[in-house]
Design a protein around this ligand. Structure first.
Ligand code: APR
Length: 251
């Protein structure tokens, strides 16, 4: 493929991007797929192939087998540390500078947007690189490594766990409230690399649609949002996003 090629996008989409003042982007695991981070609904690899994320990422699973859940997250954390942001993450970091208001909301816990240079990212599902106390629900930056798995909270001696939102848990209130506020006040909303099935995140493009924003989906596959979106672009975000920015003159 010629790197200079400018893909053909609908002229109304280009106009919407050029005119947009208040832009909101929601990302999901698909944005990190091209960096080599497996999406949640991909089959798991190697050691973990017999486990389902939905059965490990819950408070019940942690209560039942804290060592197993801690070790799964330790494996995911190592995976995230060893990969790099891709062209999609970088395109989103570049976009932030081109609009009067720009908010990046992510369901990802891998911190790759920040590593690509995005600031003020709203993390709906926490961050895998942070750790908190299972009992007290407070972030714990340091602890003594005694070899016990999971390690213990220096304050209360309860188990430590990753600072991510598990199935059945509430989202951080400030993050979801701010995400809903900006989604209801934007003129352009992009939903990128998310299966649009996990609520309340999947509600955000619906809020944007209801308030009259142009909603653009980028995903290689169809999702429940596809038929509702103003434009749906089929393809991987690491290719489609840079092409779109080139077509609009942001790159
Ligand atoms: N570019 C864009 N999208 C992609 C790419 C790619 N290169 N590769 C895959 N996708 C799409 C898939 O088609 C799918 O629709 O990314 C989506 C990934 O879906 P999920 O794995 O369901 O991830 P996500 O939508 O982020 O899940 C939401 O659910 O499992 C929980 O807490 C977890 O944050 C996660 C949430």
């Amino acid at each position: 493929m010629n790197a200079e090629r400018v893909a053909a996008f609908h002229p109304d989409l280009i106009t919407a991007l050029r005119r947009a003042q208040r832009v909101v982007v929601l990302t999901g695991a698909g944005v990190s797929a091209e960096s080599g981070v497996p999406t949640f609904r991909d089959a798991q690899a190697g050691l973990w192939e017999n486990f389902k994320p939905e059965e490990l990422a819950t408070p019940e699973a942690f209560r039942r087998d804290p060592k197993l859940v801690w070790e799964w997250y330790a494996w995911r954390r190592e995976k995230v540390r060893s990969v790099q942001p891709n062209a999609g993450h970088k395109a989103l970091a570049a976009m932030a500078k081109r609009f009067a208001e720009f908010t990046l909301i992510t369901q990802n816990v891998d911190g790759l947007h920040q590593r690509a240079g995005s600031a003020g990212v709203i993390e709906l599902h926490g961050n895998i690189t942070r750790t908190k106390c299972f009992r007290e629900n407070i972030v714990v930056p340091e602890w003594t490594n005694t070899g016990e798995v999971p390690p213990r909270c220096p304050q209360c001696k309860g188990h430590l766990r990753p600072d991510v939102v598990w199935f059945g848990e509430d989202l951080p209130e400030a993050a979801i409230n701010e995400a809903m506020r900006v989604s209801s006040a934007c003129d352009l909303f992009l939903s990128i690399g998310t299966s649009s099935v996990v609520y309340p995140a999947a509600m955000l493009p619906e809020i944007a649609l209801r308030t009259g924003a142009t909603v653009v989906e980028i995903n290689p596959d169809e999702t429940p949002l596809t038929s509702e979106a103003t434009f749906s672009l089929r393809g991987p975000s690491g290719t489609v996003l840079p092409e779109l920015l080139r077509a609009v003159g942001i790159s």
